[in-house]
Unconditional design. Structure first.
Length: 438
């Protein structure tokens, strides 16, 4: 048993016993109250699940196992000469709650390279689709087609006991994470570059190899951008739509392939991950409308007001939980300030929006959070490095998000979490409840 797998088994066994003892003594204690507005409003804010890998604070932003993004950018291992953390290190942290060594991260890079195994029929299925099919649709279909590789599904059919669910889940997670960049890059090349594929490199880290296979830039900074992007998008606690979907589907004992594919369906929604393509699309439309990429503050302010007056939102601004600028936005802004500076008009527009949008939204008095979220910056940086096809951006998001949701899926099976089954009520029940004055 390899070191990472052994560490996970030891830690999950210990936590499982601790949780059982805690529930035996405290299982009837009340944690939260539910209001009717939460029942009708998408269960917003109800504390109803355990998610070990990350937590989201309205003012501090995302913390992975207690570490902030600035801390992780400093503490996680890098490649020699690299400026950004390796997402392999974040995966290790999420899985076993330890900052890994450089040697451990190097092993994980090599392990994922070794495990990269995609069925031939996956490429045949993709090639049967029109290249114009939305990249997220292709991504979801590809993940589902790879389900034939599922160790969990095979071993469950053979009668695997509950005590071994975590083992099969770990193996599937490692294999699936290893394979996703190649599949995702294949989709990009077939849809936007005449199916001129680029083979994966040997002895290259996971995120840089993904960037290599995309073939949009050979600049070393792009490899660092991919490492940063894959790290900061990896998880966002369990309540967001894609994470919760993976958790829900996984609770039925669907294997990681089916669970992740379902989660990617949630990520593809305009109110969730698809928002990252909406930001740069909106900026493109503004530039086309005004006829220049060198915009004045007055021009941008007028366009912001026009967008709002037309009944639309400013994409990339606001968040369901956060009440401060998203640390993931800040990390990308820091990267751009160091590596791009004033070389991109689109990046400059993003910075102008950062100055102009929040006070306009605050003056309207209708939003709790006028600050930018992660989506507000990513597109402009990707455009600078040559990845201009914004319809593909959510696939990038999905490859990264797999790290967190699949890590948690391992924990859910190791801790024996049950089938998720909340209770629903009818509107008639609500009225009768209120009539009784209860």
């Amino acid at each position: 048993m390899n070191e990472l797998k052994l560490k996970f088994k030891e830690k999950s066994d210990a936590l499982k016993q601790e949780m059982r003892a805690l529930l035996k003594e405290n299982g009837t204690r009340k944690v939260d109250e539910v209001s009717l507005s939460q029942i009708f409003g998408g269960m917003r804010g109800i504390k109803a699940m355990i998610w070990e890998t990350s937590a989201l604070d309205p003012f501090e932003g995302i913390r992975f196992r207690g570490y902030s993004i600035p801390q992780l950018r400093e503490m996680l291992p890098r490649v020699d000469g690299g400026k950004e953390p390796l997402p392999e290190g974040l995966f290790w942290l999420m899985l076993v709650d330890e900052i890994p060594t450089t040697e451990q991260v190097r092993w994980l890079s090599q392990e994922w390279e070794r495990r990269r195994n995609i069925p031939d029929h996956t490429f045949k299925v993709l090639d049967s689709l029109s290249p114009d099919t939305h990249p997220m649709t292709q991504f979801i279909i590809a993940i589902n087609s790879m389900q034939s590789n599922s160790i969990f599904s095979l071993r469950y059919a053979e009668g695997m006991g509950k005590q071994d669910y975590w083992d099969a889940m770990y193996e599937d997670t490692m294999n699936l994470v290893a394979s996703l960049p190649l599949v995702a890059a294949y989709i990009y090349r077939r849809s936007f570059h005449n199916n001129e594929q680029i083979a994966p490199a040997e002895n290259m880290d996971w995120a840089a190899n993904y960037g290599h296979m995309l073939g949009v830039s050979d600049h070393p900074d792009f490899s660092d951008l991919m490492r940063l992007y894959m790290t900061i998008h990896a998880d966002h606690e369990g309540g967001n739509a894609s994470a919760h979907t993976v958790h829900l589907v996984g609770s039925t004992l669907s294997d990681p392939y089916l669970s992740l594919a379902a989660g990617m369906g949630s990520l593809a929604g305009p109110l969730h991950g698809l928002a990252n393509q909406e930001v740069i699309k909106w900026i493109y439309e503004m530039v086309d409308s005004l006829g220049t990429t060198k915009l004045t503050d007055e021009q941008i302010s007028d366009y912001i007001h026009a967008t709002i007056e037309s009944g639309k939102v400013i994409p990339g601004y606001g968040h369901a939980v956060l009440r401060q600028p998203d640390p993931r936005f800040t990390a990308q802004k820091s990267f751009a300030e160091e590596n791009i500076k004033d070389a991109s008009d689109y990046v400059n527009i993003v910075w102008q929006l950062f100055r102009l949008v929040p006070p306009i939204l605050q003056d309207l008095g209708k939003v709790k959070n006028p600050w930018p979220n992660v989506d507000a910056h990513s597109g402009a940086i990707l455009v600078y490095y040559g990845l201009k096809e914004y319809g593909y951006y959510t696939v990038l998001f999905g490859v990264s998000r797999a790290l967190g949701v699949l890590s948690q899926l391992c924990w859910s099976r190791a801790l024996g979490f049950p089938l998720e089954r909340p209770k629903s009520v009818t509107y008639k029940w609500v009225k009768e409840f209120l009539d009784k004055g209860e």
